[in-house]
Design a protein around this ligand. Structure first.
Ligand SMILES: C[S@@+](CC[C@H](N)C(=O)[O-])C[C@H]1O[C@@H](n2cnc3c(N)ncnc32)[C@H](O)[C@@H]1O
Length: 211
């Protein structure tokens, strides 16, 4: 088995759903995976990218999916608009449920704190950028299927609220929604499927308490 940075190269098929930045896709590619991003938008960076509705590609034999569904109608930061946006919110929750039901063995869904905790299920973990080398706060929920909780890789002192760092402008939502590289690297290092035996070692992960 070839080695990359001292680790086995898995060749696992990984789908990064709802990602235009390519940040998580490229972290998994560096870990030796056959890694693809999918978004309605084009990829900002060259790389394997499917520009399409992700619901149409869920059945293409992926080993692992990490999804970053839109939070506009779900996040607590938009709560004052919730009462006027019930149908949009229902659609957003349904989209998350369809991602969760995908025929993929290992799934992680990421979203800020919001209504998913009540309308979908409680998250398995809440992480912060400052646990992964970025001196910022942005409480981020993870829902995990057959994956272990992420272990912080580098706790740093900064606690600047990420939402306050972005000036108004057309690209504000993009700048706020790009995944931190430290979190992307942690996902790739800790969640790359072990294919040495041709299967995932999710029994070991399950014993650690994940679902
Ligand atoms: C919160 S952003 C996630 C950005 C991501 N963290 C990144 O670094 O690129 C949500 C993304 O979901 C995409 N999206 C929304 N509906 C989609 C769908 N049905 N299929 C694929 N992508 C979708 C949007 O275009 C948007 O880029």
């Amino acid at each position: 088995m070839p080695l990359q940075e001292g680790r086995p190269v898995s060749g696992a098929k990984v789908l990064i759903a709802c990602e235009f930045s390519g940040i998580v896709r490229d972290a998994f590619a560096r870990a030796g995976c056959d890694s693809w991003s999918c978004d309605l938008l084009p990829s900002e960076q060259p790389g394997n990218h499917i520009q399409a509705d992700v619901l149409g590609v869920l059945d293409q034999g992926w080993d692992l999916m990490i999804a970053f569904p839109p939070c506009t109608h779900l996040a607590v930061s938009g709560a004052r608009w919730f009462k006027d946006k019930k149908p949009q919110q229902e659609m957003a929750v349904t989209f998350v449920r369809r991602l969760w039901a995908a025929p993929i063995e290992c799934i992680a869904i990421e979203n800020p704190i919001g209504v998913l905790s009540t309308k979908f299920r409680l998250p398995d973990q809440i992480i912060q950028p400052w646990q992964f080398g970025h001196g910022e706060t942005k409480a981020t929920c993870l829902w995990l299927k057959n994956l272990p909780k992420l272990v912080p890789t580098r706790v740093v002192t900064g606690r600047t609220a990420r939402v306050h760092r972005e000036p108004p402008g057309p690209d504000r939502w993009k700048n706020r929604s790009r995944t931190c590289s430290g979190i992307a690297d942690a996902m790739a290092r800790q969640w790359t499927p072990d294919q040495k035996s041709g299967s995932h070692d999710h029994e070991k992960w399950s014993r650690k308490g994940s679902r």
